[in-house]
Write a protein that binds this ligand. Structure first.
Ligand code: GZL
Length: 302
């Protein structure tokens, strides 16, 4: 897909680790620089090369049926990882996260956290991910569902494109437009959170544990789980980038003539800087909120 975030780097590294020569693979990897047109071109080139399997992390969720039909006509199985494709089902399996659950978990944690802290009014600013990405859509919808239920105010919601520069640019604008009006900032990935922290530092806005603003992030890459432990980020909702091992299992099933599951969800955890919210209930399921200690941080795989 690209190289826009730490999350992407972890996902890419996992693919290189799993689909190695010593593991019996020949890997053709194309970085499409977050450009959907380049991604479609790369898939068509893979078809021309007559590859055995094509794995796609779709930058956006639409515009895929034509090229997936071409893969099907060429007899090349397609496996989708991470983000979803909403306009075609011409692929063997999808392996990834439930992005709406991530957004719901964020909202349920914030409700419990605010209640414990005696915060009765939530005025939130959201820095969205890339427009049209299923990760953005799911996290936005999930958090908004809780915000609407709880009567919170979402003052604004703009895309930072999952990058640090984008997060900083949007947060600088927010600090100008909503000075003194907001007490929550939701960043839809860690790199946007890094940019938002720079912008708030420059604007003299305090955030994190003991700050004026509750700062929330998604992805939970290890350096940002460290920031949770340090109290800079109040909560971080993991998006597990390690789909490659599951994709390898799918390929082995196909090689053995078996039929893999169509949808396979990776496991994810929720991290917090304080231990005042031990569990939350998401879609009726009770889930732990992990208080980040050095032991928790040391155990993080990426
Ligand atoms: C989500 C993934 C998102 C990450 C961002 O699964 O697609 O894209 O949350 C990344 O960090 O850029």
């Amino acid at each position: 897909m690209g190289h826009e975030s730490d999350w992407r780097t972890a996902s890419t590294n996992s693919a290189y680790d799993v689909f190695s020569e010593e593991n019996g693979y020949e890997l053709s990897f194309v970085d499409c620089d977050n450009d959907s047109a380049k991604q479609l071109e790369a898939v068509r080139n893979f078809i021309q090369q007559g590859l055995d399997y094509i794995i796609i992390d779709p930058i956006v969720s639409t515009g895929w049926d034509a090229v997936l039909t071409e893969c099907e006509d060429a007899g090349i199985p397609v496996i989708i990882i991470d983000r979803t494709i909403d306009d075609s089902d011409k692929y063997v399996s999808w392996v990834g996260s439930d992005f709406k659950v991530e957004g719901l978990a964020c909202g349920e944690w914030l409700k419990a956290y605010a209640a414990d802290k005696g915060i009765t009014e939530i005025n939130a600013l959201v820095i969205e991910g890339s427009t049209g990405a299923s990760a953005t859509i799911g996290r936005t919808d999930g958090f908004k569902e809780i915000a609407d239920r709880e009567g919170w105010t979402i003052l604004d919601s703009q895309s930072g494109d999952f990058t640090e520069a984008g997060g900083q640019e949007v947060m600088e604008s927010y600090c100008q437009s909503y000075a003194g009006q907001f007490n929550v900032v939701i960043c839809q990935n860690d790199n946007e959170a890094a940019g938002a922290m720079t912008a708030m530092d420059n604007a003299g806005v305090t955030y994190g544990v003991g700050g004026d603003v509750i700062l929330v992030s998604f992805d939970a890459n290890k350096p940002y789980v460290q920031m949770v432990m340090d109290g800079k980020i109040n909560a971080n909702f993991e998006c597990n980038p390690m789909a490659a091992p599951t994709v390898a299992e799918i390929i082995q099933q196909l090689e053995a003539g078996e039929t893999p599951e169509k949808e396979i969800y990776v496991t994810e955890s929720w991290f917090a800087a304080e231990d005042n919210v031990a569990t939350i209930t998401v879609n009726g399921e009770e889930q732990d909120v992990i208080y980040v200690t050095q032991e928790v941080l040391d155990a993080r795989p990426y």
